[in-house]
Design a protein around this ligand. Structure first.
Ligand SMILES: Cc1cc2nc3c(=O)[nH]c(=O)nc-3n(C[C@H](O)[C@H](O)[C@H](O)COP(=O)(O)OP(=O)(O)OC[C@H]3O[C@@H](n4cnc5c(N)ncnc54)[C@H](O)[C@@H]3O)c2cc1C
Length: 518
């Protein structure tokens, strides 16, 4: 993973000339004044890890798995939001941990937590490091040191229960590896977020992730049948039956807890048969409103495709749903509908009747193929745009169908109001019977300090989302960036409940301090 950007450097994307022209002429983007930092030039404070803690941690994991070197600290300094990348490109290593510790088992995790609680060292669980909400950036104030707990060595498929259709994994398994391991059993998870190449199963659970095929396979939290949490106060084993009426479901307290209560060390996940067939196709609608109505009909009356995505007029024009053809988009609003599993042709025909009945025009398989080919490549495009001097960032929310147009307008107006004349694009890619998510991509010229510029806009848009009745996050999570807006969403009593849970599970407050709840 590129330390200051996304993914495999070999897959870096050149910007088409049409996009360069658009950035320059339409948005006024100018090349950055300073070249991007190199890894060795990133500024770090000396490691504060006390010698006694270093010895104790070394005893738990072995010396090779407690690192305090420059590279390890830089690589665990932040997640992958645009402000994270802008700071890394500027050589700012302010949030780097003092050490990176990599346990290999649940017992080692528990032992690391004991050492850190005693020495008052903050612990930040680190999965794939793809958080886009400041989930990995504690200040470290009030602590002797900060340790990034890298879960990469906990990367095993522990068991497959083909009868119950579940698979038990360690938390540090990356999504492609999980799919590879399951494929050997003819199974799939069906969880394909855009961060698929690098994110881990533990991170998906900790941040309540949702993938591109959520219409067919569900959100990640729907897949979690059971889990184990190692907290400073002890171990929780949750989920002993598919459903239970035995009180509130404590799994739900761990899902989305973003390392603030403890470390997820094991996950029993619902799996499906690997699809025999896959087919993706495109449809065009005259407007976002018409397209939304068609998606709502599919979500409420069926048949629901496995992948269902509607781009608004701007996103369709720019061609963002087909990143390989960026800059060469079409008019109207593009829908991508995908079908995986059995009876693909019959399901496509039945869903097609609903789409055409609502004004959709079939575009055939080509847009579907283009989307499938480019489905994980947009993050590489972000690096090219940042190098060009543009700020590009994404944000997301969700609401009930009846409120979706108001939410859409509120976010757009807020972004336009705070950033001057940015390009604002949106799509719906997660639908439910009662509502849907809205996912926005913003591109703007940089004025002054780009991090401050974005943070001002983000504050305004978060307030607008809460005001317009949306949730502050449909799938990115809370981290530190959304904490205040989340507090407004759940109210003071909700915040007190989270604090009480944290105090019980993490009395010394060492777990990812500042994430989720202050
Ligand atoms: C380019 C890009 C595209 C993205 N696309 C999507 C998308 O399509 N859908 C989506 O849902 N998200 C998306 N994300 C967000 C991100 O990938 C998800 O939030 C993902 O769930 C994070 O997984 P991770 O393994 O990288 O976790 P990390 O970033 O390492 O951690 C995320 C949070 O969870 C905590 N954590 C991690 N592992 C554990 C554990 N085992 N126990 C307890 N706490 C833990 C961390 O401390 C942190 O607070 C995207 C991010 C990027 C950069």
């Amino acid at each position: 993973m590129l330390w200051s950007g996304w993914g495999d450097p070999a897959k870096a994307r050149e910007l088409p000339e049409a996009v360069r022209t658009l950035l320059r002429d339409l948005l006024g983007v100018r090349a950055p004044a300073e070249p991007a930092a190199t890894l060795s030039s990133v500024r770090l404070a000396p490691s504060r890890l006390p010698a006694a803690a270093l010895d104790a941690l070394t005893e738990v994991t072995g010396a090779a798995h407690v690192r305090t070197d420059h590279e390890a600290r830089v690589r665990h300094a932040r997640g992958k939001s645009t402000p994270d990348l802008l700071r890394m490109r500027a050589g700012d290593g302010a949030h780097a941990p003092d050490a990176v510790v990599a346990p290999a088992t649940h017992d080692e995790v528990a032992a690391v937590l004991r050492v850190c609680a005693e020495a008052r060292i903050a612990v930040v669980p680190f999965g794939g490091g793809t958080s886009v909400v400041g989930g990995l950036t504690p200040t470290g104030d009030g602590f002797a040191a900060v340790v990034a707990l890298d879960l990469g060595r906990m990367n095993r498929l522990v068991a497959v229960d083909a009868e119950s259709m579940t698979a038990t994994f360690e938390p540090g398994v990356r999504a492609p590896e999980a799919e590879r391991l399951l494929a050997a059993h003819g199974l799939t998870l069906g969880h394909f977020p855009q961060s698929f190449e690098y994110a881990t199963l533990g991170g998906f659970a900790a941040a309540r992730s949702s993938g591109q095929a959520s219409a067919g396979y569900g959100r990640f939290d729907d897949m979690v049948a059971g889990l184990t949490l190692a907290s400073p106060a002890g171990t929780l084993e949750l989920g002993r039956a598919p459903k239970s009426a035995a009180g509130p479901d404590l799994r739900q307290l761990v899902l989305g807890s973003e390392g603030a209560f403890g470390v997820i060390t094991s996950l029993r996940l619902r799996v499906r048969k690997a699809p025999a067939e896959r087919a993706y196709e495109g449809w065009r609608f005259a407007s976002f409103a018409e397209g939304s109505a068609a998606l709502r009909a599919l979500a409420q009356e069926g048949p629901l495709p496995t992948v269902l995505r509607l781009s608004d007029e701007t996103e369709t024009m720019i061609g963002l749903a087909k990143p390989d053809a960026i800059g060469g988009g079409d008019s109207g609003c593009l829908v991508i509908a995908g079908y995986e599993g059995a009876d693909v042709a019959a399901r496509a025909r039945a869903a097609g009747e609903v789409l055409s009945g609502r004004g959709g025009v079939p575009l055939g398989p080509e847009p579907g193929r283009a989307w499938e080919h480019g489905r994980f490549s947009a993050p590489y495009l972000r690096d090219s745009l940042l190098a060009e001097g543009a700020t590009v960032e994404t944000l997301e929310t969700a609401g009930f169908w009846a409120n979706l147009p108001r939410l859409y307008d509120a976010v757009r107006l807020s972004l336009l109001g705070s950033l001057g004349s940015p390009l604002v694009m949106c799509h719906i890619s997660h639908v439910y019977e009662t509502g849907a998510s809205l996912y926005f991509t913003v591109v703007t010229a940089q004025h002054g300090d780009p991090v401050e510029q974005w943070e001002r806009a983000k504050e305004a848009v978060s307030a607008a989302i809460v005001e317009a009745g949306g949730t502050i996050s449909h799938h990115h999570g809370v981290g530190r960036d959304h904490r205040d807006a989340y507090a407004r969403e759940i109210g003071p009593l909700g915040v007190e409940i989270l604090r009480a849970v944290k105090l019980r599970l993490d009395p010394a407050g060492i777990m990812n301090p500042g994430a989720l709840v202050s």
